[in-house]
Structure formats: structure tokens, C-alpha cells
Design a protein around this ligand. Sequence first.
Ligand code: BES
Ligand code: MN
Ligand code: ZN
Length: 512
Amino acid sequence: MEIQTSTENFKDADVQALAVAVFKDEKADAGVLQELDAATGGLVKSVIESGELKGKEGETLYVHLGAGGGLKAQRLLLVGAGERDAYKLAQLAQTAGTAARALRARNVKSVGLILRATNGDDERAASAAVEGALMGLFEPDKYRTIEKEERQIERLLLIAPNADDAALKRGAERGHITGESVNFTRDLANEPGAYMTPTIMAERAREIAEQFGLEFHVLEREQMEQEGMGALLSVARGSDEPPKLIVLKYTPEGAGQEENAPAGDGKGELLTFVGKGITFDTGGISIKPSENMELMKYDMTGGATVMGVMRAVAQLKPPIPILGVVPSTENMPSGKATKPGDVVRAMNGKTIEVINTDAEGRLILADAVCYAKKLGATRVVDMATLTGAVSIALGDVNVAILGTDQTLIDEVIAAGRDVGEKFWQLPLDKEYTRQIKSDIADIKNVGGRKAGTITAAAFIKEFADGLSWAHLDIAGTAWGDEAKPFRAKGPTGIAVRTLLRLIERTVASAAK
Ligand code: BES
Ligand code: MN
Ligand code: ZN
């Protein structure tokens, strides 16, 4: 899809359809809606007055205007946008997604999206609009041969009269990179286990490293053994697919690329993302019930999120280095598989009694966090589809965030607020660690029925000492069980945009 910007009046926009947000209870008696109303012979007012469109989020109303009217575009889509006061970048992105989906469904090829209520920040509004449109158009149907979505919007024109066109263009470019990277993550998450093995995941990481310019290396089983990654290896034991520990690194140009240079940004900081890459989670010997097990193909979404972020970082080129680490393996039962009761030793020497082989995510993250530290990580955000319990606590609305550095946690939450992704902090008091004390080893990998999301985080905390660390449990939010007007059912790409925003906020606060 080609993306263009315009600061001219929308009447002259050379597109098949115009799309515009309509706020709740808004009358077409001022501004853009009044102009549109005048150009369409009173259509907008009549639609609103008749009660056909109330301006609720997700509503749409589509009309053909025909030639010879006051608009060059011959079709108009009004999109309900909710309360005007609540209309932030998140709502703008959703409006764009709803518009793109609705117009593609009507076989429209070129769309003019009128940007409203940008609060003076044309750049971020343009970015949000393009992200929203690209995310809206993502369709997880690559394996369909019938009823596949073949229609395509070829051109998206962002229209913001009197805006700063250079800002619009910068925003559109950022939005293009971000939106495509979110969809890259969603595409990986959607792949069946057979087509997204650890080997294939590593191959996809190599491809983005080569295409966009990132350092890349993979630890094979032998190197994991040398590093003492007994926790990660214990999860991989039952699988015929070799495990991979994928590392992607971005270094800004001109900064410390020489050998022996510090790993970080010169101030010693190295912001690092670690993501769970279980390409299929059967539960292992503690096997899961068969109902809904097919969904466990998405248990590598944390890893896919890290890869999506790194893919975008390579193109957005922030002035600080960023590290990405993705431990990847299947979790399978077999004659070789780890048994409940086995004791394994993680890279930092801690011994773990594996009570339940289905609590595998924390095991692979333990070694990955240790390895990230070895690579110089100082601020670590890990992300994982880690616990079913998080869906019980927070549903599909909020990502759970926990950690040891309140400043980092607050920054992630604020970055999420900037882009419209919600995070809710759960406590991580040291009392919870008592639940993971083992009778025979240092710790055990499950903490009982109580506070499942917290005890999972308390486990990872055992490997995060010396780090500024935050943990995201995305098990409830990474998959949408139903379609929304602004996006298809399936992988959501949650947290990619937040983490990209976190990087921007980190850069901005360092400049102060
Ligand atoms: N990948 C699952 C968590 C999960 C469950 C994600 C449902 C999405 C939907 C994880 O590996 C797991 O199995 N967790 C167990 C932990 C338990 C054994 C302590 C769980 O949540 O049941
Ligand atoms: Mn599991
Ligand atoms: Zn899992």
C-alpha cells in the first residue's frame, strides 16, 4: 500500500473514498463535518439527525455520492469515534483500522483519511493513523484457498489541512515501519507449529537481520550446554526439533562498534528485550488437555514481539543500542522428555525442581535472562504468554506488568498509554517467593494455585538480580478471540508499539 500525505482541502483529494471520524453526539454544524455537509448537499446532517449514526466507536456509515457533487471522491465513509474528549492516538489508530477494513470490504482502492483532533501533534497522529490502517488490514488467512481476502487498498492518503507536511511525512514513515513490524509479529504468531519451529524462527530472525542490518547469532544445543543452560535444555529434551537461542543486536551508527567496546550506550545502559519462543506448548509430560491445544502455536508470541521490535528498530535507527534475545524450543512429551520431579541447573547455577513440565516458559526465560546479562544487558523487559492465570486476573484488556525497577515499570505503562495499549501492574512482594521454595532444590517451577501470574514472575526474578527488570505477561492479550471492527480475529501484536515508544521515551529523557 502506497502512503501519501496532503495538507490541501479534502474536497480536491483524488481518491475513490473519503473517511472521516464522527464523535459521539456531534452535530455537523462546525468544522470538517459542516464542510462535508455543505459539499454533499446536507447528507451528513441528515444522517446524524436521523439517528443512523450516533458516533459510537466502531460504527460505520457508507454512502455513494456519485459524480458532479462538491467532492472529487465519489464515496464517503463516516466512522463512529466515541467521545471527543477520549479521542487519543489509540482511538485515532482504531478509527483508521475500522475505515481501512470497511472500505477494503467494499473494494475501494484509494482512501483519503481525514485526520481530526490531532492535538497539534501531526507527526504522531500520522504515525498512529498509518499503524491503525496497516493493522486493520492484516488478515490471518494465508492458508485459505477459498474466501481469501484478495481485495487490496492500493493507496492511503492522509489529509490534514494546514498541518506541517514534513511532520506528516515523518509520521507516515514511522507508522509504515511500525505497522508492518506489528503485522510481522502477528504473522509469526499465527503460524502453525509445524511451520514455525525453532529452526524456522531463527531463520526468520536471520532474514530481518540481513534485510535491515542487525547483528545476529544463534546458540545451538552444544553452545547452550557449554553455557550451562540446563533450564532451557530441559524443556527441549522431549522434542525432535533442535532448540535455538536467537540474538539480534542493533547498534547505532558511529557508536562503539569497535572490538572491546562496551555493550551499552556509552552511559553503560543496554536496553534489552527477551521473549518466550515456545513454538508449540503441549505441556510436555504434564500434558495439556486437548481442548484448545491448537492455540498453543502462539506460545512463541513473546519471541515474535521481540523480533518485530528489532525489525522496526533496525529501520527507525534510534541513537541507543538495543538487544533482543529469544530462547526458542518446542515443549513436547517423549521418552526423552524431562519428568516431573527432575532437578535441573540454570546458567546462573541455581537448581530448579521441575514440578510441572507445563510451566516451561519461566524455565527458558531463566537462562535467556542470564545470557542477556552476559551480553551486557542492564535494563531488561521480558515478555511471554506465560500463564493462564493472567486471563483470569485481567482478561484480554490489560497486559500484566511486574518487576524490580518501578521507574522502568512506570515508563512501560506510560509508553503503553501513549499508544493505547494497557498495562496493569501486579505486586511482586518477596513473600510470594516463598511459594516457589523447593524441598530438594533451590526453587521449584510452580508456586501452587494462588497468584499464578505473580509466582511465575517471582521465578524469573531469581535470574534478574543486578538488572533493572520488568516482565510482561501477554497470555491474555496476544490473541483476540473475536474480530473487532478495527482488526481481524487472531494475533494482536500487543506490546510491539509500546516497546518502540519506550525506546523513544528513553532517548528523549536521556537528552534532557
Ligand atoms: N503457555 C502456557 C500459558 C498459557 C495458557 C498461555 C493459556 C495462553 C493460554 C504456559 O506455558 C503454561 O502452560 N502455564 C501454566 C503454568 C502452570 C502449570 C503453573 C498455566 O498457566 O496453566
Ligand atoms: Mn506450558
Ligand atoms: Zn507455555
